[in-house]
Write a protein that binds this ligand. Sequence first.
Ligand SMILES: CC(C)(COP(=O)(O)OP(=O)(O)OC[C@H]1O[C@@H](n2cnc3c(N)ncnc32)[C@H](O)[C@@H]1OP(=O)(O)O)[C@@H](O)C(=O)NCCC(=O)NCCS
Length: 268
Amino acid sequence: MADARSIALVCANEASLWAELRARAQKVAAGEPALAPALGRFVLDRTGFGEAMVERLTHRLASSPEEAPLLRQAMTEAVAADPEALAQMRADIRATLERDPATEHALVPFLWYKGFHAISIHRLAHALWRAGRRDLAFHLQSLASERLSVDIHPAAKFGVGILLDHATGFVAGETTVVADNVSFLHEVTLGGTGKERGDRHPKIRSGVLVGAGAKILGNITVGEGAKVGAGSVVLRNVDPHTSVAGVPATVVGRASVDAPALDMDHSL
Ligand SMILES: CC(C)(COP(=O)(O)OP(=O)(O)OC[C@H]1O[C@@H](n2cnc3c(N)ncnc32)[C@H](O)[C@@H]1OP(=O)(O)O)[C@@H](O)C(=O)NCCC(=O)NCCS
């Protein structure tokens, strides 16, 4: 989980990220008039990053004009219940910028990346869950699953600096714990085996890179700085800084850097 220092660093960047988003939105609106209404609604007419996030996520999830005010209200209350969620979202935008070479500026994940939207919706659902508002939390989970094909139980715990790249088909169960600075490709399952009750989902330590389609099953630990190859089925603990691949996954090497999640080098 995020320590006080990392949260403080992210909070310190709040003003600069918001200024960056506004400056880029003005530039894009001038160059692409078709996008000007959306840029007004999501960025230029908003008073700050929190209000902007709520508006963007409301638009992502609402299927009718009647639904939008209710979602806006629910998400605003979630931010009030856990203001740290906004710092986590800022860290996730930074993580995307630093790790995804296709991302040129912060406005791109903020406006368009459903992986960023999905983890942000989860952060709000988790805030509601912790505040005891479980039905509303399940409602956000259900809408995210339906609209974004990302299904994260509201109780699952995620640290800061999470990249859900592409994101389609990502699933995480109730007792999942993911540390800081972890990167996942699409169609990853952090699931139970179906044979255990209680604490039954994976624990993913910091710096881990999980390839597309990997299934990590059971209350097992993927150690710090490990790599999981695409399409693997991981059924046993993975040692730190170790690469595993295959069905079932076996050790195929040692990770060559401390935190594979950060450099996104998928070679095993
Ligand atoms: C439950 C499950 C993980 C293991 O079932 P199991 O019958 O108890 O099997 P075990 O864990 O005792 O493993 C038996 C052997 O089969 C292998 N094995 C187990 N599941 C495997 C799988 N999915 N693919 C390939 N091999 C598998 C194990 O590596 C083990 O091999 P070994 O004896 O050489 O060490 C497996 O059946 C499974 O994949 N279930 C689906 C769970 C799921 O979809 N969860 C997602 C929830 S969101």
